[in-house]
Design a protein around this ligand. Structure first.
Ligand SMILES: CCCCCCCC/C=C\CCCCCCCC(=O)SCCNC(=O)CCNC(=O)[C@H](O)C(C)(C)COP(=O)(O)OP(=O)(O)OC[C@H]1O[C@@H](n2cnc3c(N)ncnc32)[C@H](O)[C@@H]1OP(=O)(O)O
Length: 182
């Protein structure tokens, strides 16, 4: 199936919108996740989103340096946010590939720009760059991902159905509805 450009949903939030956390207990963006990444994301021109991740002592692998797996988590989140918020379809990460180009020290901030690259049927391609300590800082990590559109029931069947029900009610109240039937 040919890859087509990924056009944002007509009701997708516009450039400049700060995106709320998608789930309080999400390790990457939730405020309730102890030692979580506390990422913040906003929409940019694009189709892109910009995310920030401040590296704390809780995120170390080698002494004084961010753990690569946590950096991959930050990219999974940023890429998931660009897919979920701009396309407004339920999708999960099928594949995530990361290039670690520079060490990321504790105390630094990673500025991640994530963009939609294309769609082929249920497959959504996205990529991201993480700049060290400034929006235009050197690229420390970059990533590419394949997300796969799923039926909404993916989350209630495999996850916590009660939490999903509450999340859906809140999302609809805030006009953050997913389009169902991928
Ligand atoms: C509640 C309302 C709230 C609304 C608010 C909205 C706004 C916010 C929105 C959102 C923010 C989200 C931010 C979160 C970010 C974090 C995301 C994660 O971490 S997700 C967790 C980790 N990922 C998993 O747990 C997946 C586990 N895997 C699976 O469930 C399946 O394997 C799945 C669904 C990925 C595919 O399974 P199949 O049976 O449905 O489909 P098949 O046929 O296998 O794959 C479909 C196509 O994809 C390709 N594919 C699948 N996996 C691939 C891979 N690893 N590599 C290459 N191709 C792959 C296949 O080859 C196939 O391609 P061909 O259509 O034939 O061309």
């Amino acid at each position: 199936m040919p890859t087509e450009p990924a056009t944002p949903h007509p009701d997708a939030p516009g450039a400049g919108t700060d995106l709320p956390t998608h789930y309080d207990h999400c390790f990457a963006c939730g405020d309730q996740a102890e030692s979580g990444l506390r990422m913040r994301t906003s929409v940019d021109e694009g189709p892109t989103v910009r995310s920030r991740f401040h590296v704390s002592e809780a995120h170390q692998g080698a002494p004084g340096l961010a753990h690569g797996g946590l950096l991959a988590c930050a990219f999974d989140e940023a890429l998931g946010m660009v897919v979920g918020n701009l396309l407004r379809v339920p999708a999960v990460t099928g594949k995530l590939e990361t290039d670690f180009r520079r060490p990321v020290p504790v105390g630094s901030t990673l500025y991640i720009v994530a963009r939609l690259d294309g769609i082929a049927g249920r497959k959504i391609y996205a990529s991201a760059d993480g700049h060290l300590d400034a929006e235009d800082g050197p690229v420390a990590v970059s990533a590419r991902a394949l997300f796969v559109k799923v039926a909404f029931e993916h989350f209630s069947t495999h996850g916590d159905p009660d939490a999903i029900e509450k999340l859906t009610a809140t999302a609809i109240a805030n006009n953050r509805k997913w389009d169902i039937n991928p």
